[in-house]
Design a protein around this ligand. Structure first.
Ligand SMILES: C[S@@+](CC[C@H](N)C(=O)[O-])C[C@H]1O[C@@H](n2cnc3c(N)ncnc32)[C@H](O)[C@@H]1O
Length: 115
């Protein structure tokens, strides 16, 4: 079972649109620019980055431990310009093989990663 943070999840989902408007989207665009191939995004939240992946990205495996955020992310994945698959998991236990990605993206996540 993946860790759940129901209060944080709901508060973050409410706050993130304003964060994105106040510069978050531009930071995300900079973070994702130049990526290509197979990408794993760890702690994808409600999927704010999905719409910003460049066309050079073949696929994104979006790992999100929280059920509430993962459900919101699933809806955003369907509207993304590149194929995005949202799955449960954590940074400590990424559901992919070694060498299974060309890049790994983390955004506002590492403060809660134990190892
Ligand atoms: C501040 S939110 C950031 C969400 C998203 N990356 C963004 O930029 O909007 C932190 C996210 O990290 C996730 N998270 C917390 N601990 C994690 C862990 N150990 N492994 C993976 N994700 C984790 C949370 O569920 C939440 O989605």
């Amino acid at each position: 079972m993946t860790p759940q943070h129901p209060r944080f999840a709901r508060a973050y989902a409410r706050a993130v649109p304003a964060i994105n408007l106040r510069g978050g989207t531009e930071h995300r665009r900079t973070l994702l620019a130049g990526l290509r191939g197979r990408v794993i995004e760890v702690g994808a939240g409600e999927g704010s980055s999905f719409g910003l992946y460049p066309a050079t990205v073949e696929s994104v495996l979006a790992v999100e431990p929280d059920d509430y955020l993962r459900e919101l992310a699933g809806a955003k994945a369907q509207a993304a310009p590149v194929p995005v698959t949202v799955v449960p998991g954590t940074a400590e236990n990424i559901p992919a093989d070694d060498g299974g990605a060309d890049a790994v993206v983390v955004s506002l996540v590492l403060c809660s990663v134990a190892d």
